[in-house]
Write a protein that binds this ligand. Structure first.
Ligand code: GDG
Length: 471
């Protein structure tokens, strides 16, 4: 029997220490939910890093615990986390792929750490791999793993999905190890991106930097047919819709409302990341209040920033910038009973998130770049009464599917300011017309369809490759 092996940097679990004991908390992230039906089934497994560095003597115990949950840990030392994850992955690839070229750095020792860590993941997979298995590798931290496996097992079935954008050739070619990265990914049979543009950029880099010719979305790599595709990722729609309708979410919304008063709320929710455009959003809100003083006291920005990568200097600097702007704007417009920006730097459980999605009549999601952005889809799924307005950046992958949002260029401050006014003043009928269409779109193409489509296409391609080989 063939099995499926999922591989990602992080396992769908968090290990927390309490009174010296390890507590295992399942992750609620979109990917973990979508792939849950796969890795929990039969002999299937998920290979990845459990998220903390442990003393060696504890590794055996943790491994045993994870094996029972169909997971196989790859343990990384503190130095590996520093150089492979916080270093090359998040200070070379992440900024390059999100067009933040001034944040990129190129360090030979971090490239080496990235290569070694990818080898570690590939070795962990090899340990469990059998010839008929399907391997599905996720994201930019593991771009070399497909080819490392291909070298060892020429005939196995490998899929790769990249969750962040793939940049234009002009940016990608700046990376010193660009060909190695491309050839790493091309070890896969089937390669997925969120959008058509990401896919085109990847194909163009393969051609111009590594000399591969391609026909539509197909590349021949040493006589092996590789297919590249765009598959926008969805969410578990029912989970968010049900959670928003639950008595718990409604009770929490009511409790929050009682202390907040009746003002309109604009939701802003992201991980702490410069790609998410948080300072730009704050500046636009400042200018909006400045140009529309009749709204002072009537609308607040509900700003949730979820801690992330705060050991990386550019993220630390961003946190300080956000804190400065929040302080500045609140100092300027606050009154005894009005707080313009309600700022929360932490994460929340799903029921509270649902209460926020219910409570905010506008969601302003304006990343400078985003592979997809799931928060905007979750907001749509949570709008039980089909009202509410989504202001969405053109630079998020999700904008390709959600043309009924108010689409804005996050670099155009005047347009952002105008979009806040439009959203606040949009007639209810128009809100509902737009929200209904967006709900149809997001409910039709869920995370479960996305998973089935990816695996189905990968298996279909493998069958065609085999038919070609026997001709
Ligand atoms: C990468 C790409 C792409 C956030 N705060 C809390 C919380 N979250 C959940 C959200 C959402 C997820 O985290 C964030 O997903 P995004 O898609 O918005 O962003 P990234 O983390 O940057 O993800 C992105 C994604 O991969 C998938 O391919 O869309 O473009 O950058 O699900 O709800 N969940 C809970 N509490 C929080 O405080 N429970």
């Amino acid at each position: 029997m063939s099995k499926t092996i999922i591989v990602s940097n992080r396992l769908p679990i968090r290990i927390e220490k309490e009174d010296g004991k390890n507590l295992y908390k399942t992750s609620e992230g979109g990917l973990a939910t979508g792939l849950g039906s796969i890795y929990k089934d039969g002999d299937n497994i998920w290979v990845g890093w459990p998220g903390i560095s442990l003393p060696e003597e504890e590794e055996k115990e943790v491994e045993g615990e994870l094996i029972q949950r169909n997971m196989r840990p790859v343990f990384l030392s503190e130095a590996e986390v520093q150089e492979f994850y916080l270093g090359f992955s998040n200070q070379t690839l992440w900024p390059a792929f999100h067009y933040f070229i001034h944040h990129m750095r190129f360090k030979d020792e971090e490239w080496k750490a990235y290569t070694d860590a990818n080898q570690k993941f590939a070795d962990a997979v090899s340990k469990w791999l059998e010839p008929d298995d399907v391997v599905w590798i996720h994201d930019y931290q593991l771009m070399l793993v497909p080819n490392m496996l291909r070298q060892k097992f020429p005939n196995i079935t490998i899929g790769f999905f990249q969750h962040i954008p793939f940049p234009s050739y002009e940016v990608f070619r700046m990376i010193p190890w660009r060909r190695k990265l491309l050839n790493g990914v091309l070890g896969a049979d089937y390669i997925g991106f969120h959008t058509y543009d990401d896919m085109r950029h990847f194909l163009s880099s393969c051609h111009r930097l590594a000399g591969y010719s391609y026909n539509r979305n197909q590349i021949l790599v040493k006589n092996r047919l590789v297919e590249v595709d765009s598959l926008p990722m969805g969410i578990d729609y029912d989970k968010y819709a049900q959670s928003a309708k639950s008595e718990l979410a409604k009770a929490k919304e009511m409790a929050f409302r009682n202390s907040l008063g009746s003002q309109d709320l604009i939701l802003s929710m992201d991980r702490l990341d410069y790609s998410k455009g948080i300072p730009g959003r704050l500046k636009a809100f400042d200018r909006f209040l400045d140009e529309n003083p009749e709204y002072i006291g009537k609308v607040s920005l509900f700003l949730i920033v979820v801690p992330s990568r705060d050991r990386v200097p550019s993220y630390k600097a961003l946190k300080e910038k956000v804190e400065f702007l929040v302080g500045h704007i609140n100092g300027k417009y606050a009154t005894i009973n009005y707080v313009p920006i309600r700022f929360y730097y932490r994460s929340y459980p799903l029921d509270e998130l649902s209460a926020f999605y219910r409570m905010c009549r506008i969601a302003m999601i304006t990343p400078k770049r985003d592979g997809m952005n799931l928060v905007c889809k979750e907001y749509i799924a949570s709008r039980e009464n089909q009202d509410g307005v989504l202001i969405l950046s053109e630079m998020a992958g999700a904008a390709k599917e959600l043309s009924d949002a108010i689409l804005v260029n996050p670099n155009d401050e005047a347009e952002m300011v105008e979009s806040i006014k439009r959203a606040l003043e949009m007639p209810i009928k128009e809100q509902q017309r737009r929200m209904q269409i967006m709900q149809q779109t997001v409910s039709k193409y869920t995370i479960f369809q996305w998973v089935d489509l990816f695996i189905g296409n990968l298996r279909g391609l493998k069958a065609r490759q085999e038919a070609m080989a026997t001709k």
